[in-house]
Ligand binder design. Structure first.
Ligand SMILES: CCCCCCCCCCCC(=O)SCCNC(=O)CCNC(=O)[C@H](O)C(C)(C)COP(=O)(O)OP(=O)(O)OC[C@H]1O[C@@H](n2cnc3c(N)ncnc32)[C@H](O)[C@@H]1OP(=O)(O)O
Length: 191
C-alpha cells in the first residue's frame, strides 16, 4: 500500500472511547439515507456493523442483484463502498467525526450475488487529525476466503463539514430529526 496510508513513525496507538458501544453491540446506522448503512435506501448495502474489542469491528452485508457489475457478480465500486462504510464505522469507537481522505482497495476474488460479505476492520494508528485503518472482506463468514482488502486514511472533521457542504434540504431535515442531532452531539462532546 502507499505511503499515504502508512502511519508515520510518531503516530499513536488508537484509544477506544470509554463510551464506545460494548463488544458485540450493533452500531446502528449513522444516517437513515446513507447508501452504506441506512434503512431508507432500498438498493443500499444495509451494512450492519458490530463493535469488536479495542478499536475494531465486524460488519456484514448481503450482495443483492441491485449490486451487480458483471452478470451475477458484485460491482467493484459497491465492494469499495462496503469497505469505506466499515472503515468509517470505526470512528464510532473513537467518538471522532471523520471522512475518508484515501481508500486503497485490493480486489482478490469475485463476489457472487447472494454472498454475505463478512468484514473485519481496525484502526491501526492516529496522528493528529489522521486516522489510519485497514479492513478485510471474506466470502460467507469469518473463516471464508478473502475477497477484498483495504487500507485507508480518514481525516477528522467538525460537524460543520457537513453543515457547510451538504445540500440544504437534507441538512435541514437531519437537523430537525432529534435522533440525528443526538448522534451528532455524542461526537461533539469529544474533547
Ligand atoms: C454527524 C455524524 C456524521 C458521521 C458521518 C460519517 C460518514 C461516513 C461515511 C463513510 C465514509 C465516507 O465515505 S466520507 C465521504 C467521502 N469523503 C469525502 O467526501 C472527503 C472529501 N475531502 C475533504 O472534504 C477534504 O479533502 C478533507 C476534509 C478530507 C481534508 O481537508 P482539510 O480539512 O482541509 O484538511 P487538509 O489540511 O487538506 O488535510 C489534513 C491532513 O490530511 C492529509 N490528507 C488529506 N487528504 C489526503 C489524501 N487524500 N491522501 C493523503 N493525505 C491526505 C493532508 O496532507 C494533511 O496532512 P498534514 O499536512 O496534516 O500532515
Amino acid at each position: 500500500m502507499s505511503t499515504a496510508t502508512t502511519p508515520p513513525a510518531d503516530a499513536a496507538a488508537p484509544v477506544r472511547h470509554p463510551d464506545a458501544p460494548a463488544p458485540g453491540e450493533l452500531l446502528g446506522a449513522h444516517y437513515e439515507y446513507c447508501f452504506g448503512c441506512g434503512g431508507g435506501q432500498p438498493h443500499g448495502l444495509h451494512l450492519e456493523a458490530r463493535a469488536g474489542e479495542g478499536v475494531s469491528l465486524t460488519a456484514e452485508f448481503t450482495v443483492t442483484a441491485a449490486h451487480q457489475g458483471a452478470p451475477g457478480l458484485a460491482h467493484g465500486g459497491v465492494l469499495a463502498t462496503a469497505l469505506d462504510e466499515t472503515l468509517g464505522s470505526l470512528n464510532w469507537l473513537l467518538r471522532v467525526i471523520a471522512v475518508t481522505g484515501r481508500l486503497e482497495t485490493d480486489f482478490v476474488r469475485p463476489v457472487p450475488v447472494d454472498t454475505v460479505l463478512f468484514l473485519e476492520a481496525e484502526v491501526t494508528a492516529v496522528a493528529g487529525r489522521k486516522i489510519y485503518s485497514r479492513a478485510t472482506g471474506r466470502i460467507g463468514g469469518p473463516e471464508g476466503p478473502v475477497a477484498v482488502r483495504a487500507e485507508a486514511l480518514f481525516i477528522e472533521v467538525k460537524v460543520d463539514h457537513f453543515i457547510d457542504n451538504g445540500r440544504p434540504e437534507e441538512i435541514q431535515a437531519a437537523m430537525a430529526d432529534p435522533d440525528q442531532v443526538r448522534r451528532a452531539r455524542a461526537f461533539e462532546v469529544n474533547p
